[in-house]
Structure formats: C-alpha cells, structure tokens
Design a protein around this ligand. Structure first.
Ligand code: MD3
Ligand code: FE
Length: 177
C-alpha cells in the first residue's frame, strides 16, 4: 500500500502522510484492507517489530517482565515533509489501553504533550530527535498530543532519509480477525 495523505471525514486532508502495517487506519476505524487507497490488504506486522517494541517496554518500565503480554498488531508510520504538522488529538480508535511505542527517525520535531481533559494548555513541548523512542502508557495513553513543528535539515546524515521526519507508532488495536 502506498503512503498517502489521509482524508478526514469532514473533507480535510492531513498534511502528514501515513502508511500502515498490520491493520489499515482511517479516522475512527481500522480495517484489513486499504479501502481508501487501493483496496489491497495491508502488509503483515513483522515479528521483529513486536520484539523491538517489547524491548522498549522492558527498558521504559525497568521490568524484565514488561511487554511479555504486549503484542502490537498495527503500526502507523507518519512522514512529515515540508510544512507537515499534526494537530492536537487523542488516539482512541484502538479498543485497548495498552501502551503505544513511538520511534522517531529523521528531522527533529517539537512534540506537544498535553493533558487528558482538553486539547488546550497545560502542555509540555519536547524535542524528538532521530532515534528517540517513547512509551506512552497509563494515563499518558489518552493524553492529547500533536506535532506543531518539524525543524528542516536537522537530521543526522546517517539517518538515511533525504529529508523530513518519520515516526513509527506500534499499537495494540484490540481487534480480531
Ligand atoms: C501519546 N504521532 O500517530 S508520536 C499518531 O510524531 C501520533 O507522528 C505523532 O500522534 C508523530 O497518532 C506523535 C508520539 C505518540 C504517538 C501516539 C500516542 C504519542 C502518543 C498515542 C497516545 C498517547
Ligand atoms: Fe496520536
């Protein structure tokens, strides 16, 4: 399935481009085929990424048992090119409160981490650089968050991207089939 700008239900188009594995995400739903793109089944979720995510949970929680029952079945891969940004939102399309693991590659961005009640302040802005990995578990899982800015040209040449920013989020959908 090719990467694409997701169409929003009210007619807008996201400036970020997204491609999914495991399950195909559209606002408010997950499906096994990319019906809004080309009707093709999405690529399977690779076992090595399950293991990478589990290692992240073990490190984040400093608990060798963390992640043993955590099996991500989808990843949303966002690509930020040019002026692309992501407005403040909650991730509520998964039927699971399991942690989300986020891995950033490429240009540094400003990540805005808000609160669970409103999409407004208080929030905390943090820079996410290439190689940064975050685990959002517990109450953070349902906090509002967004990416107001990417800093062009801040990527280490060794990151392997010609420009822009990639973010991979591993998730548990809580869906079956
Ligand atoms: C906190 N992605 O894919 S990554 C998203 O950089 C998303 O592309 C941003 O927000 C990006 O939904 C932020 C960090 C992140 C990802 C998912 C979360 C933080 C999260 C889900 C719940 C809580
Ligand atoms: Fe999100």
């Amino acid at each position: 399935m090719p990467i694409r700008h997701t169409r929003l239900p009210r007619g807008g188009v996201m400036s970020v481009q997204t491609v999914c594995i495991g399950w195909h995400w559209q606002p408010y739903r997950y499906t096994r085929v990319a019906e809004d793109v080309n009707g093709r089944p999405v690529a399977p979720f690779p076992g090595w990424m399950v293991e990478l995510g589990r290692r992240a949970l073990v490190e984040a929680y400093q608990d060798p048992a963390a992640g043993q029952d955590w099996t991500p079945d989808t990843a949303l891969i966002n690509f930020y090119q040019g002026e692309a940004k992501l407005g403040m939102h909650q991730d509520k399309d998964e039927k699971s409160d399991a942690p989300v693991v986020s891995l950033s590659i490429g240009d540094t961005c400003v990540f805005r981490f808000g609160n669970t009640e409103t999409r407004t302040r208080p929030w905390t802005d943090v820079e996410l650089a290439s190689g940064d990995l975050f685990v959002f578990g517990g109450p953070s899982r349902f906090a509002y968050h967004g990416v107001p800015k990417v800093r062009p040209g801040t990527c280490d040449p060794a990151c392997g991207l010609a420009g822009g920013r990639l973010n991979i989020t591993m998730r548990v959908t809580g869906l079956s089939g």
